[in-house]
Design a protein around this ligand. Structure first.
Ligand code: MSP
Length: 616
């Protein structure tokens, strides 16, 4: 395989607030891909960054009473810091307020202009500042944006337009012909479906504010933030300078499902107009939720990746978010899963294997021993090569989770091999056999570590250093890569289990006396009415009947149950709780429900019983 030039990109984040775990997820997955291509031996340019222009940023800066440039200068540091703590090894961090980006954008715009694809007209439309996107009447739900659920704004202004409609047919043909252009398949279908409707031309300039790149020859217009932002994929490779030719077309744009349209349709048609090739792949990953819900400021469920890495090893964060969710689907982030995966998979499986093999080798041999391999031994190494090839195939299809699983399977098999061959016993009775087991085990460990390094680089970087090897795909296909006489360095335990936090286990001090329980009055009640608490997606105001008494309680189950599903249902209620106000609504008791991994179930009696019945 000759060395390829591979451009891998992430979306550039809006630095209007601090990054959350969803931003981190995309960067970690893209970093895994980039590290994998480096491991394959390719020449990788991996870029990420921040999208600093547009109305959204302008308004937040204004609210904070700082100049937009000053605001983004400070905010973009949060994103760089997120990348640092998560070992995101980018080759370029692009900021759209940089001069070099502006130059590329203007060169790109010139191409569209010269092609005759830009014209001036009046624009009237409904705009969501959250998405920085225009919507048509039919997309709007009750006057609100379908994604942010904020009221859209009616905008009427003079604007420059890009002849996007002109490229619709060519675009559809491209998506249909190149089956792996837009992935996963569900997003491909969705976009093709949406493209059955005629495309409109795209308004690509604004006059209502100045925070953006001015349009040449008409300085009262600034470029539409998406046209500006998408071109970052070219400015990172110095477009229009020669270097860009080396890396364009991009190998993959890693982006979230909410911006697939912008990348496939807007970016695709802009590139066609500029006479540039379309990226080889666009992968629209799913969303990471917390407690089964979209993260939101109102519920306070936003997970800060920087804070998380203060509590847990950054490798554990990386491992769990890649391993937890099939790439392309929505997933959930939870500390419990992170701990479980780290302790049970990384520490117990790979960590254990690493230390067992290296410490045994260190105790018994001054360097890697020589061994004559029989057919059975060769098969063990051949199987490892097969695994490497299988993983390479999975990675070429962006099956990130499955790839990690395969690496861990190879690690588990190697543990088994080591265990079954008992080198600790053989060293006393049949030294040659023990030498062979170590020789083979060291090689398997080298292969596993080289691949796992793309997922958990901090720990595996140290492991590779101890093994004294550089990760290289080709060597992993030509085993043994650790040959006779190879010296490994002094080993140490690289992994330790995360201690389960108090809240996750029942400590002895958490046990209660029966008298404690007797203080609680838990009763059966029937739900009579359920209405959503204003301004909250999660809370219901419930009217319940207890004995003959009616009560009002507030319960956080609105995202799990529809009103009709719960009205008339009998539930368990903690009835002697001090009254409290939740979101300004009085609550006289607490509904009991079970929760795990984002799923919620009400505790209900298994047959009808009078309201007010006590639970003992
Ligand atoms: N600035 C635009 C992208 C321009 S790319 C030329 C933007 N920014 S964003 O900050 O809103 O989102 C950045 C990326 O994070 C997007 O790919 C988006 O899909 C992703 N995510 C935002 N929330 C997410 C989750 N909860 N989970 C996973 N990814 C999510 O859109």
């Amino acid at each position: 395989m000759s060395k390829r030039n591979v451009l891998i990109t992430t979306a550039i984040d809006y630095p209007n607030a601090k990054p959350h775990i969803g931003h981190a997820y995309e960067k970690v997955c893209a970093d895994f891909t980039a590290r994998w291509f480096r491991f394959l031996g390719d020449n990788v340019h991996f870029s990420t960054g921040v999208d600093e222009h547009g109305l959204k940023i302008y308004r937040v800066a204004e609210k904070n009473r700082v100049a937009p440039q000053k605001f983004v200068d400070a905010m973009s540091e949060n994103f760089k810091n997120m990348d640092k703590v998560l070992d995101i090894k980018y080759d370029d961090f692009i900021r759209t307020s940089e001069e070099r980006h502006k130059k590329s954008v203007l060169a790109f715009y010139k191409k569209l202009y010269e092609k005759g694809d830009i014209y001036k007209a009046k624009y009237k439309g409904l705009y969501c500042v959250g998405c920085e996107t225009f919507y048509t009447e039919k997309d709007i739900v009750d006057g609100k944006c379908p994604i942010h659920k904020n009221p859209v704004e009616e905008v009427e202004e003079e604007s420059y337009f890009f002849k996007m409609a002109k490229y619709q047919k060519k675009l559809v043909e491209h998506i249909k012909k190149n089956k792996d252009f837009l992935q996963p398949e569900s997003r491909r279908k969705e976009i093709l479906n949406r493209l059955k409707e005629p495309l409109k031309d795209l308004s690509i300039s604004r006059t209502s504010f100045t925070w953006g790149i001015p349009i040449p020859n008409d300085k009262k217009h600034v470029m539409y933030v998406w046209t500006d932002a998408l071109a970052n994929y070219l400015s990172t490779i110095d477009y229009p300078k020669e270097k860009y030719k080396k890396f364009w077309p991009a190998y993959v744009h890693h982006i979230g499902k909410d911006i697939v349209w912008h990348h496939v349709v807007i970016w695709g048609s802009l590139l066609m107009s500029a006479g540039l090739k379309l990226p080889k792949h666009i992968f629209g990953h799913g969303f990471i939720n917390v407690k089964g819900e979209k993260m939101s400021k109102t519920t306070g469920d936003i997970v800060d990746p920087v804070e998380i890495t203060k509590q847990f090893p950054s490798d554990a964060v990386r491992y769990s978010i890649i391993r937890e969710t099939p790439f392309g689907e929505d997933g959930n982030f939870s500390e419990e899963n992170l701990i479980e995966r780290w302790n049970n998979e990384v520490v117990n499986n790979y960590g254990n294997l690493f230390y067992r093999i290296t410490s045994f080798a260190e105790r018994n041999f001054s360097s890697s021993p020589y061994a004559v391999l029989n057919e059975k031994d060769k098969k063990v190494l051949d199987n490892a090569v097969k695994s490497v090839l299988k993983i390479e195939k999975l990675m070429s299809k962006f099956k990130l989770k499955d790839s990690v699983e395969e690496i861990m399977n190879l690690s588990a098999e190697t543990n088994k091999y080591f265990q079954e061959n008992e080198p600790w016993a053989k060293i006393k009775t049949n030294r040659k056999e023990a030498e062979k087991t170590i020789y083979i085990s060291l090689n398997l460990l080298a292969v596993i570590t080289s691949m796992l390094n793309c997922v958990i680089p901090k720990s595996c970087g140290q492991a590779l250093d101890i093994l004294n090897i550089k990760p290289d795909f080709k060597s992993c296909l030509k085993l043994p890569l650790i040959k006779k006489g190879h010296k490994i360095k002094k080993t140490r335990m690289l992994f330790s289990k995360i201690e389960v936090k108090e809240s996750f286990i029942e400590k002895e001090s958490d046990t209660v006396e029966i008298t404690d329980f007797q203080k609680l009055k838990i009763k059966i009640a029937t739900i009579k009415k359920a209405v959503k608490v204003e301004g909250s997606d999660k809370l219901y105001k419930l009217e319940i009947e207890l004995d003959n008494e009616k009560r009002q309680i507030v319960a956080g189950i609105a995202s799990h149950y529809k009103e009709d599903d719960i009205i008339g249902k009998q539930i368990a209620v903690l009835a002697n709780l001090k009254p409290a106000k939740i979101k300004g609504v009085e609550s006289n008791g607490m509904l009991l429900a079970a929760e795990k991994n984002g799923r919620v179930a009400l505790l209900v009696p298994d047959k009808k019983i009078d309201n007010g019945a006590d639970i003992h």
